[in-house]
Ligand binder design. Structure first.
Ligand code: ZN
Ligand code: ZN
Length: 231
C-alpha cells in the first residue's frame, strides 16, 4: 500500500466520512445506511430498453433512444430530494444523485464506451436565469465515469407547456420540435442525462436530434423514473 493510501486510511478512521444529509457516519462516501434506505431503488432485473422493473415496462415502438436507466423511483424521499436539488439550491443532493446515476451507468452500461456525455437543456438559450440541474448532473456523471462532457450538443429552441401538466400522448406532441442539434459528427455514442423521466418523451426527442446530427447510439440515464406510466 502506498504511503498516501495509508494516510487516507488513517484519516478516514480519525475523521470518518459523514452522511451528506444527516451528519451520521456515512456507509459509503456520501450517505448513511438509514438515509440510503429511504430511497426506493429500481430493483434488477429491468427491461433492457426502458429500464423499469418487471411488469412496469413502458416501451412502445417509436422510442428513439437506445436505452434508459435510473437508480430510483420518483416518489417519497427521492422525489423530495430531487425537488430540493432543483429548486432550493441543495447541491449536495445533486452530488449524491450523480454518484448513484454513475454507479447505475457503470453497472447497466458496462462495456459501452461513450464518446461524450451531455444533458437535456432545461432552458431556451439566453434564458438561463435558473439553475441548470441536468447540466450539473451531466458534468458530475462525466467526471465520475471519466468521460468527456459536452453541454453544447442540444439546444432548446422554444418554451412550451410544462410536461407534468400533460397526459401521455400530449407529452410526445409537446416536445416535438422543441430541441435542435448543434452538430456532433465526432460523437457516435452519447450518454444523455436528465433528472427525471416520466414517459421517455423528452429523452426520445433529444435522441432524435442527437441522431439527426451524427450520433449512432443514444443511451440515457436519469436520477429517477416515475413508477407508473401516465395515461
Ligand atoms: Zn444520513
Ligand atoms: Zn421496457
Amino acid at each position: 500500500m502506498k504511503l498516501s493510501a495509508i494516510a487516507d486510511k488513517v484519516l478516514s478512521l480519525i475523521f470518518p466520512e459523514r452522511c451528506l444529509f444527516c451528519g451520521d457516519i456515512a456507509d459509503d462516501k456520501y450517505i448513511c445506511a438509514k438515509c440510503g434506505s429511504e430511497y426506493k431503488r429500481i430493483a434488477l432485473p429491468v427491461c433492457s430498453v426502458c429500464g423499469l422493473g418487471r411488469n412496469e415496462c413502458r416501451c412502445f415502438s417509436g422510442l428513439l433512444f437506445d436505452r434508459t436507466v435510473a437508480p430510483f423511483y420518483y416518489e417519497g424521499r427521492a422525489r423530495e430530494d430531487i425537488l430540493k436539488f432543483k429548486y432550493r439550491g441543495r447541491h449536495e443532493y445533486g452530488r449524491y444523485f450523480a454518484h448513484c446515476i454513475s454507479l447505475t451507468v457503470n453497472e447497466q452500461y458496462s462495456g459501452i464506451c461513450f464518446d461524450a456525455v451531455t444533458s437535456v437543456p432545461a432552458f431556451k438559450n439566453g434564458s438561463e436565469d435558473f439553475f441548470d440541474h441536468a447540466g450539473y448532473l451531466g458534468r458530475a456523471v462525466a467526471k465520475n465515469i471519466k468521460a468527456v462532457f459536452d453541454g453544447g450538443l442540444i439546444e432548446k429552441t422554444n418554451e412550451r407547456v410544462k410536461q407534468h401538466t400533460l397526459k401521455f400522448e400530449q407529452r410526445f406532441e409537446n416536445v416535438r420540435g422543441l430541441y435542435a442539434g448543434r452538430g456532433n459528427a465526432e460523437y457516435k455514442s452519447v450518454l444523455l442525462i436528465d433528472d427525471i423521466s416520466t414517459t421517455g418523451a423528452t429523452f426520445s426527442e433529444c435522441a432524435r436530434v442527437l441522431k439527426a446530427s451524427g450520433a449512432e447510439k443514444v443511451y440515457c440515464a436519469a436520477a429517477a423514473f416515475t413508477p407508473h406510466r401516465v395515461f
